[in-house]
Write a protein that binds this ligand. Structure first.
Ligand SMILES: Cc1cc2nc3c(=O)[nH]c(=O)nc-3n(C[C@H](O)[C@H](O)[C@H](O)COP(=O)(O)O)c2cc1C
Length: 354
């Protein structure tokens, strides 16, 4: 397959303008290295890893591929500076952020030659990180999986493309080559896909859980605030239905239990968890009850996506799960998307822009 050059491929050094996003518990070394080998940009999810595990995971990816890849982190994590140091020391090409990073973090990474690509869900956030020196931005529309906003990709994408001068990567609802061409037509420099890469044979999500996603229709994907107080897009399971019905005391009790489990799992100290909670409270204007609820998310995602316990865990998902019915390898997926994009361009009489 011929490469397709855009501002994104030039910035990051990958062959195709396709990003596999940093999904907690899902985007580990195996998925990221398979994506990189396929010619797309794989991003390692680090919010659900300890800093020590992050360094080991980065080395594991580097041992499997010599192609560029990225690391996703939370800008509001108490140890964000340590994680940035690891990214710089290990020579990671791209830093991706779940929330807008500070001007200082962006400057530190750029000084070290790391490409900074935050993910945002609103135009004003895109404008802010562009003004602070971000190299590019991923915009996630409402149909995207995980934490999500209210504005659909078809509205948010042109709005952000018109608002900033840096390359914009479209996320939320993409799974094929038609979508890639549509995103390029809107002025994007590529697409970022979460759910589509979760549903590959290279992803480590348990087979029975992948089967749940494959069986889902678009109407089986919903948004709930009951997991952590923020709008979170996921498969509508019996657990999600029960959470929607459950009252506040039950939710708070569950949160405290999960916070303790996450602490143990990631080696995060209580003091750091409280600091992170405070940062989250300021950043997202949450109440204390919601901050406690937020401690739920990592453990509930882990139960679903790692342990395959759909009774106790949640399965973050984009609406696009309803359109996906197979589990290709990352190489097959990327080749297929690029072949579909070339066919779409030919159908439009546009030829191959490369
Ligand atoms: C299972 C799952 C876990 C996710 N975890 C994270 C995360 O840890 N950090 C992040 O920035 N985005 C996370 N997201 C959002 C994705 O990175 C991406 O923006 C989104 O999936 C794009 O929409 P799509 O699913 O329609 O492709 C997650 C999404 C899913 C489906």
């Amino acid at each position: 397959m011929r490469p397709l050059t855009t501002a994104l491929t030039e910035l990051t050094g990958v062959r195709y303008p396709i990003v596999q996003t940093g999904m907690g518990w899902v985007a580990g070394p195996r998925l990221v290295s398979a994506t990189a080998e396929a010619g797309a940009l794989g991003i390692l999810a680090s919010a659900t890893m300890s800093a020590e595990r992050l360094r080991a995971a980065v080395r594991e990816v580097a041992a499997r591929t010599d192609r560029p890849f990225g690391v996703n982190l939370r800008a509001d994590a108490g140890d964000a500076a340590e994680r940035v140091r690891i990214i710089v020391e290990e020579g990671v090409r791209v830093a991706s952020f779940a929330l807008a990073p500070s001007r200082e973090l962006i400057a530190r990474l750029k000084d070290a030659g790391v490409v900074v690509i935050p993910t945002v869900g609103a135009r004003r956030h895109a404008e802010k990180v562009a003004a602070w020196g971000a190299d590019a931005v991923v915009v996630q529309g409402a149909e995207g999986g995980g934490h999500t906003g209210e504005v659909a990709t078809t509205v948010l994408l042109p709005q952000v493309v018109d608002a900033v001068d840096i390359p914009v990567v479209a996320a939320g609802g993409f799974h094929d080559g038609r979508g890639l061409v549509a995103a390029l037509a809107f002025g994007a420099a590529g697409v970022a896909m979460g759910t589509r890469f979760l549903l590959t044979s290279d992803s480590t999500v348990p087979a029975a859980v992948k089967a749940r996603y494959l069986a889902a229709s678009v109407r089986d994907v919903t948004v709930t605030r009951k997991v952590d107080g923020l709008p979170h897009r996921m498969l509508r399971t019996d657990l999600v239905a029960a959470l929607e019905r459950s009252g506040r005391p039950a939710a708070l009790l569950r949160s405290v239990r999960h916070a303790a489990a996450f602490r143990k799992q990631t080696g995060t100290g209580w003091a750091r968890m409280v600091r992170d909670g405070l940062a989250m409270k300021r950043g997202a204007e949450l109440t204390w009850g919601q901050v406690l609820l937020a401690a739920n998310t990592p453990m509930m995602l882990r139960a679903g996506l790692v342990e395959g316990r759909t009774d106790a865990g949640v399965l973050a998902s984009g609406q696009v799960a309803g359109l996906i019915g197979d589990l290709p390898s990352c190489a097959e997926l990327v080749d297929r998307v690029m072949a579909e994009a070339a066919a779409t361009l030919a159908r439009l009489g546009a030829g191959h822009p490369a």
